[in-house]
Structures are given as structure tokens and as C-alpha cells.
Design a protein around this ligand. Structure first.
Ligand SMILES: Nc1ncnc2c1ncn2[C@@H]1O[C@H](COP(=O)(O)OP(=O)(O)OP(=O)(O)O)[C@@H](O)[C@H]1O
Length: 237
């Protein structure tokens, strides 16, 4: 079976400063993968590279068997790559519902009838329905995280990338986010990659992990066969 996403010797630089080196990565359809590593090793840059926000210095990116290396961000999102950025980046002056509507743009040109917000988004995140007329800027961190996830899911991605979804979120809300992500995976059949500093969450949610160090992927394995303690020394400062 071919991988849903494949990175082949991907290198990326900010100007003269190379940040990603020869990244080879394959994500199987249906998987849940945690990308872990210390601060500044290049995890966010790797997600931005996959969504098309960074130009490749060398290498190629394949999605659903197609070389998408030269695709712009909007084309990758229409191809089915969804992204929930670190810090959420919801539009503070738009309402919850208007924020969700911005996610529908990824459906353009894909033969979907673009109607209102799909009901399953509100079923996944009932809180969003209750507060749909509220401005996003006044929401709690947990509500904004749910909104950012809902917005990405409005584009019906087959791959969802999330950058530190638990950062700054209260522990009881972390559980809700995990439950929602689990349903996204099983019910909506979305393949998921999370960048995560919080190893307990990564181990509880993902079935495989990959560790990044100084711009390279140095280790991959199963979260079921190994414990978080086995890799903590590669991640903790
Ligand atoms: N816009 C930029 N211009 C120049 N260098 C950058 C830029 N963004 C990030 N970097 C550098 O690239 C490297 C990787 O950063 P990146 O944010 O991808 O790491 P990270 O693993 O996601 O870190 P964190 O866990 O702190 O978010 C770091 O050395 C960072 O300083």
C-alpha cells in the first residue's frame, strides 16, 4: 500500500540558514503520528513545509501518490491537507460561525456543494454550536483550539496536521480535545499528525512517533511497543 503522504529527502532553509535536512517520512492512511523533539529542532517548519508555506531547497513531497512539491498552499489544502497552527490563529473579530466558514474555502473546485457548516462539526464540538455567534477573540484557549480544529475540518481534509494542540490548554479540556481527535480519526477517517511536547498526550493518542533533532528525523517507532520514558531523553531539555 502506498503512503498517504511521503517526503523524499526534503531539505528546507530560511535564507542561508538550513533548518531541515534530508527528511524521509511516510505517513500511512489511517495513522496517527506524533512528531516530537526539543524546542527549535524544526517541527513547525516541517509542518509548514508539508502545507506548502516553505519552499523546498531539495527533495519532493507526495500526497495521494501525486507529486505536490510545486503546489501552492491553497492547492494543497484543496487536495486534502488540513492544518491547525500553533497558537490557533483564529480570526478574533469574526464570530465562531464566520471562522468556521473560512474553512469551507478548501472545498472550492472539489465538486462539493458548499453549503453551511456541516452538522458533524457541531456534533464533534457541541460547545461551538452554543457559542457560534460569539466573537472568536473572547473565547478561552480550549474553545479557540476546538474552533481551529473545526475550521480545518470544514475543508474535509484526508490528512490533518496539528501543531501543539494542547499548548496552554487546561487539563480537563485536553481530554476533550483528545476525544474529538479520536473521533476525527475513526468516524471521519482522517489521518492525523500532531506536533506535541506533552508526551503523555502523544502516547495516549498516537500509534507511532517520530523524533526530530537538529532538523533531522533521528528515530521512529511504535507508541504501543515503546514507552514515552524510552524516548523522553531525546525530547526533554
Ligand atoms: N521565520 C524564520 N526565519 C528564520 N529562522 C527561523 C524562522 N522560523 C524558525 N526559524 C528557525 O528554524 C529553526 C526551527 O524552528 P521551528 O519553529 O521549526 O522549530 P520547532 O521544533 O517547531 O520549535 P518549537 O517547539 O519552539 O515550536 C529554529 O532554529 C528557528 O529559530
Amino acid at each position: 500500500m502506498s503512503a498517504l503522504l511521503k517526503l523524499d529527502k526534503v531539505s528546507v532553509a530560511y535564507g542561508q540558514s538550513q533548518v531541515l535536512w534530508d527528511i524521509d517520512l511516510e505517513i500511512e492512511e489511517g495513522g496517527a503520528v506524533a512528531l516530537i523533539g526539543r524546542n527549535g529542532v524544526g517541527k513547525t517548519t516541517l509542518l509548514k513545509t508539508i502545507i506548502g508555506a516553505m519552499r523546498l531547497k531539495s527533495g519532493s513531497i507526495w500526497f495521494k501518490g501525486k507529486d505536490v512539491s510545486s503546489f501552492q498552499s491553497f492547492e494543497r489544502s484543496r487536495a486534502g491537507i488540513g492544518f491547525v497552527p500553533q497558537g490557533r490563529h483564529v480570526f478574533p473579530h469574526l464570530t465562531v460561525e464566520e471562522n468556521l466558514e473560512t474553512g469551507l474555502s478548501a472545498l472550492a473546485g472539489r465538486g462539493h456543494a458548499i453549503g453551511g457548516i456541516p452538522e458533524h462539526i457541531y456534533e464533534l464540538f457541541p460547545k461551538l454550536k452554543q457559542i457560534k455567534a460569539r466573537k472568536a477573540g473572547v473565547l478561552s484557549g480550549g474553545e479557540q483550539q476546538q474552533l481551529a480544529m473545526g475550521r480545518a475540518l470544514c475543508g474535509q481534509p484526508s490528512l490533518l496536521l496539528l501543531d501543539e494542540p494542547t499548548e496552554g490548554i487546561q487539563p480537563n479540556v485536553v481530554q476533550q480535545i483528545e476525544d474529538a481527535l479520536r473521533r476525527v480519526r475513526t468516524e471521519l477517517k482522517v489521518t492525523i499528525v500532531i506536533v506535541e511536547q506533552y508526551l503523555d498526550f502523544a502516547w495516549s493518542f498516537a500509534d507511532s512517533y517520530t523524533v526530530m533533532q537538529r532538523g533531522r528525523l533521528i528515530r521512529q517507532g511504535s507508541t504501543r511497543a515503546e514507552s514515552a520514558a524510552d524516548v523522553a531523553h531525546l525530547v526533554n531539555i
